[in-house]
Design a protein around this ligand. Structure first.
Ligand code: GAR
Length: 195
């Protein structure tokens, strides 16, 4: 029997990275992680439909139902305990997490970000990259720490910027790179976790 890291994916929207992770974990029987739960802070996130279609348990928790960030993060932590989650992948989860939550999941929570960190932390990366006249950008998978987009880098892929690129064109090219590296990064982290 193979032992797989019980993984939760946190989303807020489309979930194309979630889909890449679902496909990778399903297409390789020896993949060291299995996605057992998809959590969204938005009930209408399309990623929830992707998860349901893949037969994965979904949970929508609205931060609006909690008095503050700590209460929201505590509720998510309880859910993780309930489902015996060992690893969390943030995949377009657009909520900042409290230092307490990131501390509890240190070394066991990873995120994908659409730039070559440490450059272009935060939102709206593609517009800023284009405005700055950069020749390349990329994407990064990193461990999550309390500071935003700042944890140890696990994997990156460079993406060229082509003359005349629009935000949408660049976003599409970066997305394709994200879908390539996130499964590899998850594999690496899960293997390390399982020892
Ligand atoms: C991805 O490009 C991801 O890098 C980004 O949100 C997008 C989600 O797309 N995340 C961040 O900007 C986090 N700082 P998806 O829902 O199709 O996977």
């Amino acid at each position: 029997m193979t032992c797989k890291a019980r993984t939760a994916v946190f989303i807020s929207g489309n979930g194309s990275n979630l889909q890449a992770l679902i496909d990778a974990t399903r297409n390789d029987t020896s993949f060291p992680a299995e996605i057992v739960l998809v959590l969204s802070n938005k009930a209408d996130a399309y990623g929830l439909t992707r998860a349901r279609e893949a037969g994965i348990t979904t949970i929508a928790v609205s931060h609006k139902d909690y008095p503050n960030r700590t209460a929201f993060d505590d509720a998510m932590h309880q859910i993780m305990k309930e489902y015996e989650i060992e690893l969390i992948c943030l995949a377009g989860f657009m909520r900042l997490l409290t230092p307490d939550f990131t501390q509890k999941w240190a070394g066991r929570m990873i995120n994908i970000h659409p730039s070559l960190l440490p450059d272009y932390k935060g939102l709206d990366t593609h517009r800023r990259v284009l405005e700055d006249g950069c020749h390349e950008t990329g994407c990064t998978v990193h461990y999550v720490i309390a500071d935003m987009d700042a944890g140890e880098i696990i994997m990156q892929e460079r993406v060229p910027i082509i003359a005349g690129d629009t935000v949408e064109a660049l976003q599409q090219r970066v997305h394709a790179a994200e879908h390539r590296i996130y499964p590899y990064a998850l594999k690496e982290v899960a293997e390390k976790l399982l020892g």
